[in-house]
Design a protein around this ligand. Structure first.
Ligand code: ATP
Ligand code: MG
Length: 359
């Protein structure tokens, strides 16, 4: 097959707020990459959002997942808006997609880029380059639990965690496979087996089994509390960090925070078996405080596009985008969150031009 015939079907959901401003910049860069590397994107755009919820009472149509199932990947901006409760936007769109498509691996690369502003004094690019792999479907975020004797002095509330063998093994194995593709080949496990005495020792057990299956990968493990401290004090210790749903949630906000602006951090929700489409979205939300002004940093969205291309097998194009991001972060133009004056479109165009030129 000629290289020019490669087509990737992309479902595009700009969502709310700055999602609508950064997604077009992401697409601009992806299209530039396609022209240079010989693939095309067949994009279908969906207006699923809080806006749609306010007009119609639903974030997405009933057959939403069936429509997305046709795509090779989903490119999402941000979802959420003041006045629409989080559980509506989460449970009406994001969670059905993540669960419906079994996107059990949530990936957040945390890398200090040249020109980005880490809050950690004295840290240079190269010191921070790790990936948080979060279990995305089970664990602490189960709906099993309840409240008894409500309103009385005996009132008590419980919530159970659910850790399955399949659920632990598949995410931990994913982390090991990912580590094999990286030079340092190391996996760190987040745990808390001194306080959470059933599920966490079980996670540790599954982690030890997985380590035996991957003898070429170095391992270590920390309790979540000291691990958070190490993220701040010794971010250079880490390569791939794997964690349960709750611990991964915490680490995957802390990680991008130590690596600099939230505006540049990318993420992926992956179905590693590729039975269903995976979803790529920036770490940041819809940022109502700056929405509509054209000043949002589009790099988180653009970098998420690079993760998407990597997943679709367009490795060279993905690397070209990351390298163009590095150049623009170092030399500008920069948006205000990074101390510059540029708008979203100016940054998007600069990155697209570098990708097109092969600089
Ligand atoms: P969510 O709950 O949807 O994750 P959030 O409450 O965490 O949302 P964000 O929408 O991510 O909040 O915004 C947090 C802060 O970061 C805001 O002040 C916002 O303006 C800023 N911010 C977020 N994304 C960007 C961006 N792409 N460029 C510049 N500033 C951003
Ligand atoms: Mg947030």
């Amino acid at each position: 097959m000629s290289a020019a015939l490669r087509t990737h079907r992309i479902a595009v959901i700009p969502g709310d707020g700055i999602g609508r401003e950064v997604v077009p910049e992401g697409l601009r860069v992806l299209e530039a990459a396609g022209r240079r590397f010989g693939f095309t994107l067949a994009c279908t755009e969906y207006d699923w959002s809080c806006d749609r919820y306010l007009k119609t009472g639903a974030m997405m149509p009933e057959d939403g997942l069936d429509r997305l199932a046709e795509a090779d990947a989903i490119f999402l901006g941000a979802v959420g808006w003041p006045g629409v409760p989080d559980h509506v936007s989460l449970w009406g769109l994001l969670i059905p997609i993540r669960r419906g498509f079994d996107q059990y691996a949530n990936i957040r690369p945390c890398r200090l880029m040249p020109g980005a502003r880490t809050p950690l004094a004295g840290r240079a690019p190269g010191d921070i380059d790790f990936i948080v792999v979060r279990e995305n479907t089970e664990g602490e975020y189960s709906s099993s639990g309840g409240r008894m004797f409500a309103g009385t002095e005996r009132e008590f509330v419980t919530q159970q965690s659910v850790f399955t063998r399949i659920g632990c093994d598949r995410i931990i194995d994913y982390a090991f496979r990912l580590a094999m593709t990286r030079p340092r080949r190391k996996v760190t496990s987040a745990t808390k087996s001194n306080g959470i005495t059933f599920t966490m020792p079980y996670w540790d057990e599954r982690f030890a089994e997985a380590a035996k299956r991957h003898p070429g990968v170095a391992t270590d493990q920390f309790h979540i509390d000291i691990l958070c401290a190490h993220f701040v004090q010794h971010p250079d210790w880490f390569d791939v960090v794997v964690a349960s749903n709750l611990f991964g949630d915490i680490l995957s906000d802390l990680g991008p925070a130590v690596a600099g602006s939230i505006g540049i951090a990318p993420s992926a929700n992956i179905n590693p078996e590729r039975k269903h489409p995976s979803m790529f979205e920036p770490v940041h939300g819809s940022a109502p405080d700056i929405a509509g002004k054209g000043i949002a940093n589009p790099i988180g969205q653009i970098w998420s596009g690079a993760l998407m291309l990597e997943h679709l097998g367009e490795t060279a194009a993905a690397a070209a985008i990351v390298s163009a991001i590095e150049t623009v972060l170092e030399h500008g133009p920069r948006t205000r969150d990074l101390g510059g004056q540029a708008g979203s479109a100016e940054v998007g165009r600069a990155i697209a031009e570098l990708v097109a030129e092969g600089a």
